[in-house]
Design a protein. Structure first.
Length: 72
């Protein structure tokens, strides 16, 4: 099978490039949100039960707080 150069078939269109960068941005955003949730989870886990109570949380709330604020 021979390939022939035609301007309409052998280059990426602007919409294709935009879709690639859009997906890349989604992936980067997801990684950032995951890391923010991880950091929050670790910081809250390091607090004592009394400190958690002072801010209105329990150990059982840590996961939901971390996920609800960062993961969309």
């Amino acid at each position: 099978m021979a390939l022939f150069y035609t301007p309409t078939t052998n280059y990426a269109t602007a919409s294709t490039v935009n879709r690639v960068f859009s997906h890349l941005g989604d992936i980067v955003g997801s990684v950032i949100a995951w890391n923010d949730a991880r950091v929050t989870r670790n910081a809250l886990s390091a607090l004592s039960d009394r400190e958690l109570d002072d801010i209105g949380l329990t150990r059982g709330n840590i996961e939901s707080v971390a996920l609800n604020h960062f993961i969309r």
